[in-house]
Design a protein around this ligand. Structure first.
Ligand code: ADP
Length: 456
């Protein structure tokens, strides 16, 4: 599967996750909302029954005949006497729930005169039941005249009779008179809050899952982009390497050809000149091959340093001479603090290649002429070299990145290069137990400093 297809699939997959999450949440909302409605009905009925029983008990204390409201499943007195309670089963021709309802109404009417229903008591009983069910949203109760469409009494005055189901849930009507137009209602306010509180665990989980899928797709896209860039850089790199190796070979070929086919071989001066050119090109080629081999060995963990003691100022002198011969630009070299304790213990060839890369860059990323300073310094067993130039400099945002393999500053589209030089330098310096850093200002110049322990 190619990168583009994989990216499209992953985005499609996230969209699918979102749609299924949304569907689940909507379904869950519907189920919870319906459940809340049923719960409001059950609680209203329970509260009403409890309140009526309480009022009946008070009635009996007050010396009135003892009447008890029977609930489903309760033991009934089959004598049908008023003293022992009503036997709803004996009322023929009316279905059982209607019979209970009619009896309730009768009892309610009976109680209205002596011990009428108080909405405040109903509210306090309902509060207990709602709390038990973990529902903490506000509610109120009211007595409504269905014929006149008006509120007769309310535990929360000022409320409207009708409102949208998003704003409140109204319980089923509990009739309070035989014509069933005077009813008790319980109204639960802010039902969405109650539903979302119930769903909070699921919502958090779903949010986490969505965030996780977005993050995974983001990582996948980034990895794919990096892989694509890496594949492109590797391709460019191989083209560049072939070109770089072909260059010296043709220069050497032409030099030898000139010596063999012209009278140039007879002139010592021209012979030396051709030889020097060939030597330099071969050195450049060897250095490039060495760097590529070293990077591949470093990658496979097979690279080892070959440390010896040598003089650092001498190494720098050698480097300067090389550029002196091969220079295409006007380059001025300055060596500062050259008298620093000169003998170091390091891999001479690779350190030379590192400094050579830094110098190449200082020349490459500068104008027509450039001044390069090598500053040697030493403190407490650590020695260091800074390569300072007055070239184009590096933008802040690129400074860390340029040490990564195949990374180049965004501004460098014109100069040739493939972003492996600094990666090589950093790895060699780190193999010596050292560090490299850069200070630079765009338009002013750059300073690359490497530090390593004198001995290890
Ligand atoms: P290359 O020079 O082949 O691109 P390097 O790894 O040597 O690769 O350098 C990485 C990038 O760092 C360069 O492309 C360039 O943008 C930036 N850079 C390195 N040295 C300098 C310097 N002395 N001045 C300005 N930019 C530099």
């Amino acid at each position: 599967m190619n990168h583009k297809r994989l990216a499209q699939w992953s985005i499609g997959f996230v969209i699918l996750i979102f749609i299924s999450q949304a569907y689940l949440i909507v379904r869950l909302f519907q189920v919870n909302y319906t459940y809340l409605g049923k719960e409001v009905n059950t609680i209203t009925q329970d509260v009403y029954t409890k309140d009526m029983n309480l009022r009946l008990a008070e009635q009996s204390v007050m010396g009135q005949p003892k009447v008890e409201l029977l609930q489903k499943g309760a033991k009934v007195d089959t004598t049908g006497s008023f003293e022992g309670g009503f036997n709803v089963d004996k009322m023929k021709g009316v279905d059982k729930s209607s019979r209970v309802s009619i009896l309730n109404i009768c009892i309610e009417l009976l109680l209205t005169k002596t011990n009428p229903m108080k909405l405040r008591s109903i509210d306090s009983l309902a509060t207990i039941l709602f709390k038990k069910d973990n529902i903490h949203t506000p509610f109120y109760t009211r007595i409504v005249d269905l014929k006149k469409d008006s509120i007769l009494e309310s535990s929360k005055p000022g409320m409207q009779l009708k409102s949208s189901p998003w704003v409140s849930i109204q319980s089923k009507n509990i009739p309070l008179n035989l014509t069933q137009d005077r009813v008790l209602q319980l109204v639960l306010l802010n039902p969405l809050k109650a539903v979302f509180t119930q769903m909070s665990g699921m919502l958090i989980l779903s949010l986490l899952l969505s965030l996780f899928s977005i993050y995974s797709v983001f990582i996948l896209q980034r990895t794919l982009a990096r892989q694509k860039k890496l594949a492109q850089s590797k391709n460019d790199f191989f083209n560049h390497v072939s070109h770089e190796l072909k260059g010296p070979v043709s220069v050497v070929y032409n030099a030898i050809d000139s010596l063999l086919n012209t009278k140039a071989i007879e002139s010592v001066e021209r012979r030396t000149h051709y030889m020097e050119i060939s030597m330099m090109e071969l050195q450049r080629m060897t250095a490039n091959i060495d760097m590529i081999l070293t990077l591949s060995m470093l990658e496979e963990g097979m690279f080892h340093l070959n440390r010896t003691e040598f003089s650092l100022p001498e190494l720098i002198e050698e480097l300067k001479n090389r550029y002196f011969i091969s220079g295409t630009k006007s380059v001025e070299f300055v060596v500062e603090n050259g008298m620093v304790n000169s003998v170091v213990y390091a891999d001479r060839n690779h350190l030379y290649q590192c400094l050579s890369n830094l110098t190449d860059n200082a020349i490459k990323y500068s104008g027509e002429s450039v001044q390069i300073s090598y500053n040697l310094f030493e403190s407490e067993g650590v020695f260091g070299i800074s390569v300072i130039d007055n070239g184009q400099g590096i933008h802040d945002k690129d400074r860390e990145r340029i040490f990564e393999k195949f990374e180049r500053a965004n501004s460098d589209t014109k100069s040739k290069g493939h972003g492996i030089g600094l990666s090589y330098v950093r790895q060699i310096v780190e193999m010596h137990g050292g560090t490299i850093n850069v200070q630079s200002e765009w338009g002013i110049g750059s300073e690359f400093s490497i530090r390593f322990p004198r001995t290890n």
